[in-house]
Design a protein around this ligand. Structure first.
Ligand SMILES: *Cc1c(COP(=O)(O)O)cnc(C)c1O
Ligand code: SF4
Length: 336
């Protein structure tokens, strides 16, 4: 039976592409593009297109589906407990756009158990582990849940006395800004301290709509962060990245992480060298506001953690540090 991929229809009608090769990719990795995100595409192959339109290269990649061992580090379904004091909780399997580079690509469109069915077990695990002081709601996209369900999850977390902070990881401000309603903000606001990390990858994603969505969240007292992924052909360029980081600050979003691509199957065509990431970091540091500078991190295979990578700037000769400044000058600094 032929699967119908209606998500490709607007691409066919607007850009006249041949859907056949892409349908083969969509059979394996589902396609979903929100109308807002689709409207940001200017031409085939541009940075928005690359993030959401399937590419036949997705089928030619032989990496592992789960290099970060998230499934092994999962004590109950949907919960990832890798670090001592915090957990990631996958509360939704839906997204408004299925990003082609997603690190949880293995899960997208799979017939996974309903996250709702394992919710009680996850809550019991968190309640039974007093060392957990930080819960990160992820997915999928947690903001794809209906308001009432989200409210219920947040309320059940907030009664756990040892839980200090709640973080929400969501791409909704970027791909579905209309989801950030005043009603949603009123719900989130009841559960402070609550942080939201969103996911902008390119300056073209900062639109009046996404800026307004971020404003509504920030006005509800929610500190906003951003986690970008370094993507070949999208943002692997110091000038693009500098503009992105500066514009994020202008919409009250603080850059948090720049992720080196994980070695996830089906995403190899987005991978850049680590040298490229280091070059971008060197172009940011000192040249623009320190607040515009994210940590560039590699999430090590096997669940060993996120490790920041910095441009080499310090050499030690005995007690003397030879420090290279952002302009390339070498300055001696005496340690005690
Ligand atoms: C990224 C991640 C976290 C959060 O890491 P922070 O550095 O605290 O933002 C927690 N658990 C898992 C499994 C993660 O991948
Ligand atoms: S929104 Fe996040 S979880 Fe969903 S497809 Fe994109 S990167 Fe993956």
């Amino acid at each position: 039976m032929k699967i119908v991929h209606s998500a490709l229809d607007p691409l066919v009608s607007r850009f006249g592409i041949d859907p056949a090769p892409l349908a083969a990719v969509a059979d394996r990795y589902p396609v979903r593009i929100s109308p807002h995100y689709l409207s940001l595409i200017q031409e085939p192959g541009d940075p928005i297109w690359r993030q959401c339109v399937p590419d036949t290269l997705e089928l030619e990649d032989d990496q592992l589906p789960d290099p970060l061992d998230e499934e092994r580090l999962s004590p109950v379904p949907g919960l990832i407990h890798r670090y001592p004091d915090r957990v990631v909780w996958l509360v939704s399997k839906e997204c408004a756009v299925f990003c082609r580079f997603c690190m949880r690509k293995r899960r997208l469109g799979q017939l996974l158990p309903e996250p709702r069915d394992s919710r009680q077990a996850a809550l019991e695990y968190i309640a039974a582990h007093p060392e957990i002081r930080d819960v990160i709601l992820s997915g999928g996209d947690p903001l794809m849940l209906p308001d009432a369900e989200l409210d219920e999850i947040l309320a059940s977390l907030r009664v756990i006395p040892h839980l200090e902070i709640i973080r929400v990881g969501s791409r909704a401000p970027v791909v579905l800004p209309e989801r950030i309603t005043p009603g949603l903000c009123a719900i989130l606001k009841k559960y402070h301290p609550l942080y939201l990390n969103t996911h902008f990858n390119h300056p073209l994603e900062i639109t009046p709509q996404s800026a307004a969505a971020c404003s509504r969240l920030a006005d509800a007292g929610i500190p906003l962060g951003n986690q970008s992924v370094l993507l070949k052909g999208v943002n692997d360029d110091p000038a693009v990245m500098t503009t992105l980081m500066q514009r994020l600050l202008a919409i009250r979003v603080r850059p948090y992480y720049l992720h080196q691509m994980d070695l996830v199957r089906g995403t190899g065509h987005f991978r850049t060298s680590v040298a490229c990431g280091v070059r971008i970091m060197a172009a940011l540091r000192g040249h623009t506001s320190g607040m515009a500078i994210p940590y560039y991190v590699i999430d090590l295979p096997g669940g060993k953690g996120k490790i920041p990578i910095l441009p080499e700037s310090v050499k030690r000769e005995g007690r003397t540090l030879m420090i290279t400044t952002y302009t390339g000058e070498v300055v001696e600094y005496e340690d005690v």
